[in-house]
Design a protein around this ligand. Structure first.
Ligand SMILES: [Zn+2]
Ligand SMILES: [Zn+2]
Length: 178
């Protein structure tokens, strides 16, 4: 299993348009402060999935030389977590998408032209994609009613396990899996 943080930025990305703070100035000059917005690529021997589809997705897919993915899991319906899904237009049809009903129903208003294949999952009920087990759980992220964090564990390599508080822009990857 391999995780790639395609973007870990704040909702507006760094640099922020029109901002001249030191971090944005550094990012604008190509420094380490540059950050794309939130997407994670999860790869196993059986496939590749994305956790969230940031507005920077086109750039992120091109950087990874990715021409398609097996599924998307959405954590919640904020613009910076789903808007890049439109980049699948004329690239990949009928992408499998996973999330809780509230999130999928909301995002559907924006992406229905791509005919995603919806897979409704419930909080705390594990589901399996590409040989890995995922569990969505509730985290605090006002004003979203039910944003979901994710627990990802490898079915093949238990007890390898990693908690991803993916809803937060700060991600702690303290635990290493085998
Ligand atoms: Zn700034
Ligand atoms: Zn959010």
């Amino acid at each position: 299993m391999r995780l790639t943080l395609l973007g870990t930025g704040d909702a507006v990305g760094t640099p922020k348009i029109g901002c001249n703070c030191p971090a944005c100035a550094d990012a604008r000059e190509g420094g380490k402060s540059q950050r794309l917005r939130f997407s994670i690529l999860v790869e196993s021997e059986q496939g590749k999935i994305l956790i969230d589809t940031s507005p920077d997705l086109r750039q992120q897919l091109l950087r990874q030389n990715l021409s398609g993915i097996d599924a998307v899991i959405w954590t919640h319906g904020h613009y910076d977590h789903y808007a890049g899904f439109g980049e699948f237009y004329r690239v990949q049809n009928e992408v499998n998408v996973y999330g809780i009903r509230e999130t999928l129903d909301y995002i559907d208003q924006y992406v229905s032209f791509l005919n995603p294949r919806y897979h409704y999952v419930k909080l705390y009920e594990p589901f399996e994609i590409i040989g890995l087990q995922f569990t969505l759980f509730k985290v605090t992220h006002p004003p979203v009613e039910t944003p979901a964090g994710e627990e990802l564990s490898s079915v093949m390599e238990m007890p390898a396990r990693l908690w991803l508080p993916v809803i937060l822009t700060r991600i702690s990857l303290k635990k290493v899996w085998s």
